[in-house]
Write a protein that binds this ligand. Structure first.
Ligand code: AMP
Ligand code: MG
Length: 414
């Protein structure tokens, strides 16, 4: 049998994103609870921020023209604190003013308190000539009325929540989380806690993918149903998958997508819907499956199916490169791509591979990247040690000093 042709990562991503039609459900959350959610509509400001001219400093508000007639000495009349309603500055006076307080009508500059001479209890003069407009934060200079502050599809973060609050928004309409059923596959897998590590039976391993995949999905805004290990039984596998398709948007499995492997998930998906097995031209992470499982009670509905490879680093890399953009797209999220940065390699990678490689690397104290010595797809330690991945083009060797494309785990896992 001919090996299946390799599919480039870009092509695989394109095909997946074509399928990732944003889900329709939205809901309203408190702005406090919206971190990580995706905005379901543009956030438009009804307000100008600041809402009034206010002082940028603790100091004195003045009418600069008054300085011409008083030998530079002016009476301190008003005292205006933040939260006070705007007042009018009497002629030939200055106002003691504090940061955030409304600049009185008539004043055209604020001088910080460090730049004045206190003449007596109620008079001051200025160390330098004030310039009109100085130290005044103008009404609307941050946000104008009717501006789109955050557009639909934006993933909210701490600062955007603060921005929404600054225009008085207490609740936000966001996309509902994709419902994801997560399965692992493999008779060798044992759950941590079920067996003491020193009593692990020969040939068995602990299920690690289940832990990081669940947590990565949650970080991408998904609501995860952790279905555990699919039992190695055709009937039970069919039942588990068709049951999950009833109330999930995506079924994600790990393991059992290698070519020719005896497992029950592939035939089950094939009989319940459709399955495509892809050989991705990346390393690690070659085997990958995409398809769907029909909803047996409603023929108009179906759940997406994605099968990730079982080797932990392959599972991780394919999740970050393909599943992350896929589930974010289901939420209508824009700006999916993680931008690489050019960093110096302080290592050699002398053997080019025909596939695009993702190498686990870590920053050293000289600002360059070091390579984890064991790049095997089973070595999860490499990804914990590393700060990210070098995205190395097919057929490319790396010499120390070369600039390489670095993708940070912080960005990829956020
Ligand atoms: P597979 O893709 O099923 O052929 O699995 C490839 C390798 O990954 C095998 O060594 C499996 O034991 C291992 N593996 C599969 N699933 C998991 C998992 N959930 N956690 C840790 N290792 C796994
Ligand atoms: Mg397996």
């Amino acid at each position: 049998m001919n090996p299946s042709p390799l599919l480039s990562l870009d092509e695989a991503l394109k095909r997946l994103l074509e399928k990732a039609i944003p889900l329709a459900d939205t809901h309203v959350v408190s702005t406090f609870e919206a971190d990580g959610c995706v905005l379901a509509q543009d956030l438009v400001s009804d307000l100008q921020v600041p809402a009034f001219d206010n002082s940028a400093m603790d100091g004195y508000a003045l009418r600069t023209a008054d300085l011409n007639s008083n030998q530079g000495i002016l009476k301190v009349g008003l005292r205006i604190l933040a939260g006070h309603a705007p007042t009018t500055l009497p002629p030939e006076e200055v106002a003691r003013i504090f940061t955030g307080a409304p600049v009185p009508i008539g004043a055209d500059a604020v001088v910080m308190q460090e730049d004045v001479f206190v003449v007596d209890d109620s008079h001051i003069s200025f160390k330098t000539a004030p310039v009109t407009g100085q130290c005044i934060r103008r009404k609307g200079e941050d946000i104008d009325k009717n501006t789109v502050l955050l557009s639909k599809g934006t993933r909210l973060g701490p600062v955007s929540l603060g921005l929404a609050a600054s225009i008085g928004v207490a609740n936000l309409k966001v996309m509902s989380p994709p419902r994801v059923a997560l399965f692992s596959t493999g008779d060798e897998l044992i759950m941590p806690g079920d067996v003491e590590p020193h009593l692990l039976p020969p040939g068995a391993i602990f299920n690690s993918n289940r832990f990081f995949l669940r947590s990565l999905l949650e970080r991408c805004g998904c609501q995860v149903s952790d279905m555990g290990n699919v039992p190695d039984d055709p009937e039970k596998t069919l039942l588990a998958l068709s049951g999950a398709a009833l109330d999930h948007d995506l079924i994600l499995t790990s393991g059992g997508v290698s070519v020719g492997e005896a497992d029950f998930v592939k035939p089950a998906v094939q009989s319940l819907g459709e399955l495509q097995l892809w050989s991705l031209s990346i390393k690690p992470g070659k085997p990958f499956a995409y398809g769907h499982v029909n909803n047996r009670t409603d023929p108009s509905k179906r759940a997406h199916f994605i099968g990730l490879p079982g080797n932990p680093v392959s599972s991780l890399v394919t999740f970050l490169m393909l599943v992350r953009p896929f589930v974010l797209s289901l939420q209508g999220c824009t700006g999916l791509a993680v931008r690489p940065t050019q960093i110096r390699a302080d290592f050699a990678w002398p053997r080019a591979d025909k596939r695009r490689e993702f190498l686990r690397v870590k920053f050293n104290t000289k600002g360059g990247l070091d390579l984890f010595p064991n790049q095997s797809s089973g070595v999860l330690t490499s990804a914990v040690w590393g700060d990210g991945l070098v995205d190395n083009s097919p057929g490319t060797t790396i010499s120390p000093g070369d600039m390489v494309n670095f993708l940070s785990f912080t960005d990829l896992m956020s």
